[in-house]
Design a protein around this ligand. Structure first.
Ligand SMILES: Nc1ncnc2c1ncn2[C@@H]1O[C@H](COP(=O)(O)OP(=O)(O)OP(=O)(O)O)[C@@H](O)[C@H]1O
Ligand SMILES: [Mg+2]
Length: 693
């Protein structure tokens, strides 16, 4: 009997495929069906995928692909009774699914005796490579433990894994959550090939994945390898463990942070609120700004100053992948309050908590079991409940007050835009509790996030803008150095990165990675001329995940705007986007303005907008397929012909550009001729007006 899933021929009486364990029709009479990803997918993830699928179809996405395969499955299948083999494989799939879904990846396909999983699409994540690595490591470790339980029965179970990060074009997403895709070049095949190269029980990643997880994961060089279908040998690395960096700033610090540039005014403002807080008038600050603008860095600078002056620092950092992990941030903060490390032995932690709480205040002893539970070293009996949350809030308030009596205190909540909801509630309690204490609660988050602690007369907000032109130039000098040819590059980097320090660092890093720049940071030389500045994968992922979180109409409007250009007016956008209903377009524009994608730059004669960040326009443009872009370019050209009918000469070259981009060569050359004629007429006009000698 032939397996409907992996096509393997099994015995006629078999109920399960001898190779992949899929149920077969036949003896039991059950219809043979391949494994269905839905059966392994938690409902909230399935719903998230199904509600956003139509907005994703036909888009170009940067993502990470994980392939997992059971080693020697044929031999294992032979050794075991078919039903038993089916049970083993089921357990393997359960372990894989838990690890993959734990970081919001999706299983795209069961490949017989393994899976193919995607991270970054259909659910958008700016840290998709990191999530893929985390899932692979979690699965590797749990599978090792499971394999140990099988060993006494003579079964040696192991899997190989491979990860690659690249672009694919998203096709249809079916009800079974399976996403069809068109691989760009080698992207998907490469992940599969890298998996085949892996030793049993190990994970290999390609260079493009390695670059994205630098600092976050520990990698070991696994050499150059020739793989089928690719002419040049490829460099692969073994993924060994989670690395020491918790946040992106941590990872950057490992490369060496550049000098803090251009934030004197902001620091002076923060210092004034700090001074007030230290005088028993506790305050709360929210530093708000777009991704990569330097919120964490500014807070780090203040924290360093505080520590140097003897202020106690307690901190929690919220990584993106922990946004759905209940109480993650509060656990981090509790560890910091109690001077514990993630790697401490369980016994050491338990003893330390009991001793510290007893020494602080006799009344805190009751809280020991709760604190141990939150730290993940309790007896695990109590699941988080309303009661335990209230108790925990009470405990945190007391702890904060006691600490600040002993020493002035800075509590830092970093990257609060990734905070899990349970921790969020508790930080709100802390914000209320700092009043009247020697505490400054310093938080930072992106503008699309509105935490609950932002009210109250003791709350202050600092809107952090990108670096001004002078400071951005200084940062570039610091990064690039002043070598003649290199400094010529600075102007175009500045124009593209708009003063965002993270984007600036990444664009420079991408030029180093591509071999355009050689040497040391701060003293680079230009090795090969730069044709066009590439969009770094890190920046693309970050901006693309912001676009994906938009509603469907807002996204459609943003994409049409990107085709028009960096600046656009409302009537043109209305025609080009196809969103004709005034209310719908107004709401979409208001959303885009609110979320900092665009800003209003003029009102007369029509509202005119510009992309807030030049790279956002690039990302929104690139994510669309060529065919869709061509249609939009044609729509823009037609709209311009109509809306600018009284000034066609002035707009002729722009109209020609849009016709050209839409592939309509005849129209393009017609408008080019008209543009040339217009230039000639202007010249003649000028010539006639010029006084004759
Ligand atoms: N004023 C500055 N001078 C020099 N480097 C800076 C400055 N501000 C930020 N950077 C650098 O830019 C990078 C991004 O900064 P940071 O991580 O603080 O951004 P962020 O606003 O916290 O971003 P996110 O919203 O993603 O958390 C870091 O490597 C940081 O060191
Ligand atoms: Mg940050």
């Amino acid at each position: 009997m032939r397996c409907p899933h992996c096509r393997h021929e099994s015995d006629e009486s078999a109920r399960f495929c001898a190779r992949c364990g899929a149920p077969l029709g036949g003896a039991s009479g059950a219809p043979a069906r391949p494994r269905d990803a839905r059966a392994y997918t938690p409902r909230h993830l399935a719903e998230k995928i199904l509600t956003t699928r139509s907005a994703l179809e036909g888009e170009r996405k940067h993502l990470s692909i994980l392939f997992v395969d059971v080693v020697d499955s044929m031999r294992l299948a032979e050794k075991l009774d078919a039903e038993e083999w089916h049970r083993v494989l089921d357990r393997v799939f359960e372990i894989l699914a838990a690890a993959i879904h734990g970081v919001e990846g999706t299983i795209n396909q069961f490949t017989g005796d393994g899976v193919m999983a995607l991270f970054g699409a259909p659910i958008a994540h700016e840290d998709h490579a990191r999530r893929a690595c985390q899932a692979a490591l979690a699965a590797r470790d749990t599978l090792r433990a499971y394999a140990e339980t099988l060993r006494p029965r003579g079964i040696s179970l192991a899997v190989r894994m491979g990860i690659n990060s690249d672009e694919v074009v998203v096709g249809k997403i079916g009800d079974d959550l399976r996403m069809d895709y068109t691989a760009q070049g080698q992207s998907v095949g490469l992940a599969a090939r890298v998996q085949q190269l892996a030793e049993p029980g190990t994970v290999l990643v390609t260079e493009s994945t390695a670059r994205l997880v630098e600092g976050f994961c520990m990698l070991a060089d696994a050499g150059m390898h020739s793989v089928k279908g690719i002419s040049a040998p490829i460099h692969v690395l073994e993924l060994c463990a989670i690395g020491p960096a918790r946040t992106r700033l941590d990872a950057a610090a490992r490369r060496g942070l550049t000098r803090l540039i251009g934030r004197d005014t902001e620091l002076a403002w923060l210092e004034s609120i700090l001074a007030r807080s230290m005088a028993s008038d506790g305050q709360v600050v929210g530093v708000v700004g777009e991704a990569g603008v330097g919120k964490s860095r500014l807070c780090l600078e203040l924290a360093r100053r505080c520590v140097a002056r003897g202020v106690a620092l307690y901190e929690a950092h919220c990584p993106a992948h922990a946004a759905t992990v209940p109480r993650f941030a509060i656990r981090d903060l509790l560890r910091s309050f109690l001077g514990l490390s993630q790697t401490d032995e369980v016994d050491v932690m338990r003893r330390s908590v009991a001793e510290q709480l007893a020494a602080l205040d006799a009344g805190l002893a009751d809280a020991v079991p709760l604190v141990l539970d939150v730290l993940g070293v309790g007896d695990g009996a109590a699941a988080p409940s309303a009661r335990s949350t209230a108790d925990l809030a009470g405990f945190l308030r007391r702890l904060l007050r006691l600490r600040s009596v002993a020493q002035p205190t800075l509590v830092l909540i970093d990257d609060a835009h990734w905070m899990d909801p349970a921790s969020h509630e508790l930080v709100r309690e802390l914000a209320a509790a700092v009043r009247g204490t020697r505490t400054l609660l310093l938080t930072n988050f992106r503008p699309e996030h509105r935490p609950a602690w932002t009210g109250g007369s003791h709350y202050h907000q600092l809107a952090l803008s990108p670096l001004g032109a002078e400071a951005a130039r200084e940062l570039l000098d610091e990064l690039l150095g002043s070598h003649g040819a290199v400094s010529g590059l600075a102007a175009s980097i500045l124009e593209r990165t708009g003063g965002n320090p993270f984007f600036t660092e990444e664009v420079v890093q991408a030029l180093v990675g591509a071999g355009n720049l050689v040497g040391e940071r701060g003293a680079y030389r230009l090795a090969t001329p730069v044709e066009a500045l590439a969009l770094p994968a890190t920046v693309q992922a970050l901006l693309a995940s912001r676009v994906d979180r938009l509603g469907e109409v807002a996204k459609q409007v943003l994409q049409a705007a990107a085709v028009i250009g960096k600046q656009f007016d409302e009537p043109l956008l209305r025609v080009a986007s196809g969103v004709a209903a005034p209310r719908e377009l107004d709401a979409a524009l208001a959303d885009l303005e609110d979320l900092d994608f665009i800003r209003l730059v003029g009102l007369s004669p029509h509202p005119e907008y510009a992309f807030k960040h030049p790279l956002m326009a690039d990302v929104a443009y690139r994510s669309q397929l060529g065919e869709r872009r061509a249609q939009l370019h044609a729509a823009v050209a037609t709209a311009l012909e109509k809306l600018r009918a009284d000034r066609l000469g002035e707009y002729a070259s722009l109209i020609a550009h849009h016709w050209e981009a839409s592939g309509m060569r005849f129209e393009a050359s017609r408008w080019k001729r008209r543009a040339a004629l217009n230039v000639a007429n202007i010249k003649i006009g000028q010539h006639r007006r010029r006084p004759r000698p």
